[in-house]
Design a protein around this ligand. Structure first.
Ligand code: ATP
Length: 366
């Protein structure tokens, strides 16, 4: 196990810089998940940690040791990819043994390690099969077993579940969580999948265009995003964003759009005064728009039309329009049923409203 420190890491391919001043301290035993849109630099970062990609500028430390010039094989890092990368002509047992033999482990120790990982991952009965005789989920478990057998200091996962069907993703995801709980190997995990990111991470690192946007626990990032990018990236369906101009009148603040508005007591919104009569972005998550008349908790009452309804079983998602605002999302409990075309009362939970500067996209803290 080891801590990993990335200090002002920059990476360029030719003249194009893809990672900018990336600094992050990953604690010993921590599970960190990198998320961000395609091309934001997640894989490049993993490859630099593994030593497969040069660092253009900056310093990388593993366990306090500067590793910029240390060979991948000497970094004690294991990487698991989405395409497993097993040797097709070798049995599962030989695949797991391979790295250990290369490192000249004694025969007895190799046997013990194979037994240990195969029990850990429940692949004892697959040891004599070839990779082509395995299902996708089994192959992924073998790939993990091979990585674990080497007792790495750091585990790197690059979208390890993206080739698996939905059921298997859940099963292996749970196994990865359990494995981490048991072994506590420092882990960096890259994914596009929101559920994987939210369920596995101790901390999420949200990246856009090679720049860290926010680092925090899943709950922190979900409820307390620092900018509009993070707010919009984390959560499905996305947070609703409405461009509105605040104005103050006596003890009231009015939020206006062309064809609808709402008002609140102005006491807590003093910070918005500098934005008076300028458009700002008001953000609210779907679960904080409720389909029912206002009450104390949900004081903002508006009238919405149901445009699209998606029954998911455990919940129903609605795309609604309020005036010219065509695509806002809300969700309801399974047995509340509102037909498409209905006009319904919706209420916003005031203490869940977030505000963003329209130009800088930064959060306006009130
Ligand atoms: P995805 O989620 O699609 O896998 P990613 O976030 O992992 O994307 P990277 O693969 O790290 O993104 O790529 C980051 C940027 O670096 C992209 O713009 C990509 O085109 C560029 N890039 C990656 N590898 C190279 C390379 N060998 N040569 C030139 N550019 C590269």
């Amino acid at each position: 196990m080891a801590c990993v420190t990335l200090k002002n890491i920059n990476k360029s391919f030719g003249k194009i810089q893809v990672i900018h001043e990336f600094s992050l301290d990953i604690a010993d035993g921590e599970f960190v998940v990198f998320v961000g849109p395609s091309g934001c630099g997640k894989t490049t970062l993993l490859r630099m940690v593994a030593g497969l990609e040069d660092i253009t500028k900056g310093e990388m430390y593993i366990d306090g040791q500067l590793v910029n010039n240390i060979e991948p094989k000497d970094r004690r890092i294991a990487m698991v990819f989405q395409n497993y990368a097993l040797y097709p002509h070798l049995s599962v047992r030989k695949n797991i043994e391979f790295g250990l033999k290369m490192r000249r482990f004694p025969k007895k120790e190799i046997q013990e390690k194979v037994l240990w990982v195969s029990q850990l991952l429940k692949i004892e009965n697959l040891l004599d099969r070839k990779p082509k005789e395995l299902s996708g989920g089994q192959r992924q478990r073998v790939a993990m077993g091979r990585a674990i057998a080497r007792e790495p200091k750091v585990f790197l996962f690059d979208e390890p579940l993206s080739n698996l069907d939905a059921d298997l993703r859940v099963t292996i995801r749970t196994q990865i969580a359990k494995l981490h709980n048991d072994l506590k190997i420092t882990t960096i995990y890259v994914t596009h999948d929101q559920t994987e990111a939210m369920t596995l991470a101790h901390r999420l690192v949200i990246i856009n265009e090679g720049i860290i946007q926010q680092v925090g626990s899943p709950m922190e990032v979900y409820h307390n995003p620092v900018n509009q990018f993070v707010a919009g990236f984390v959560g499905t369906p996305q947070m609703n964003f409405i461009s509105m101009a605040p104005s103050f009148q006596d003890t009231t603040i009015h939020f206006k759009r062309r064809d609808f508005s709402f008002s609140l007591s102005s006491e807590r919104y003093e910070r918005l005064r500098v934005y008076e009569n300028r458009a700002i972005i008001v953000g609210i998550r779907p679960e904080f728009i409720k389909i029912y008349p206002q009450n104390e908790r949900y004081p903002i009452q508006l009238s919405a039309t149901i445009e699209v309804k998606e029954l998911l079983g455990h919940e129903t998602l609605y795309s609604i329009s309020i005036g010219e605002e065509k695509k806002l999302f809300t969700r309801s409990f399974p047995f509340e049923d509102y037909p498409v075309g209905d006009v319904i009362p919706v209420s916003f939970q005031e203490d869940r409203l977030l505000f963003f500067d329209k130009e800088t996209q930064k959060r306006i803290y009130i």
